[in-house]
Design a protein around this ligand. Structure first.
Ligand SMILES: [Zn+2]
Length: 152
């Protein structure tokens, strides 16, 4: 078997629910990130950060819509058909690149095989996941705790 074929067979597949968006990743992550910011906690994304160039969108580059917020550095891509949040793209970089992918889209990834890091970007200390290590601090601007009068 050629080295090229072996490399392709090692590739990890990720796809949205309707499979319109399909990605190949060079390797499985050994850690993933749960961020409790106002966006990630809603998406429920569990982020993995492949090395630049390690992700190939094999199908569905045009099958996503995007959402940008805050400093508008990251575009969150979701499938236009099934709505799955697939990846975030660093859009201000030249050229733009895939900065993180939603590890929940990798069917062969066993959560027990990865270390879960929690990032306290929402400044609440609240997480829907459980981790063996304490939440990590944030470089995002400090926010007040949510109140009953709050839509955040
Ligand atoms: Zn889809």
């Amino acid at each position: 078997m050629s080295a090229h074929v072996e490399e392709i067979e090692r590739m990890v597949r990720a796809a949205c629910h309707c499979t319109a968006v399909r990605m190949e990743i060079a390797e499985l992550p050994d850690w993933v990130l749960d961020c409790n910011c106002t966006l990630c906690r809603r998406y429920g994304g569990i982020w993995s950060y492949p090395k630049p160039g390690a992700v190939t969108i094999v199908q569905g580059k045009d099958a996503t819509d995007t959402y940008l917020w805050g400093d508008r550095q990251l575009a969150f891509h979701r499938c236009k058909t099934c709505g799955c949040v697939m990846y975030m793209e660093a859009v201000l970089e030249k050229p733009p690149f895939i900065y993180g992918i939603n590890a929940r889209m990798i069917p062969t990834l066993d959560p027990k095989s990865v270390r879960l890091r929690q990032k306290n970007n929402g400044h609440t200390g609240w997480f829907w996941t459980r981790s063996d290590s304490p939440p990590e601090g944030s470089h995002h601007p400090k926010m007040d705790m949510p109140s009953a009068a709050d839509w955040r």
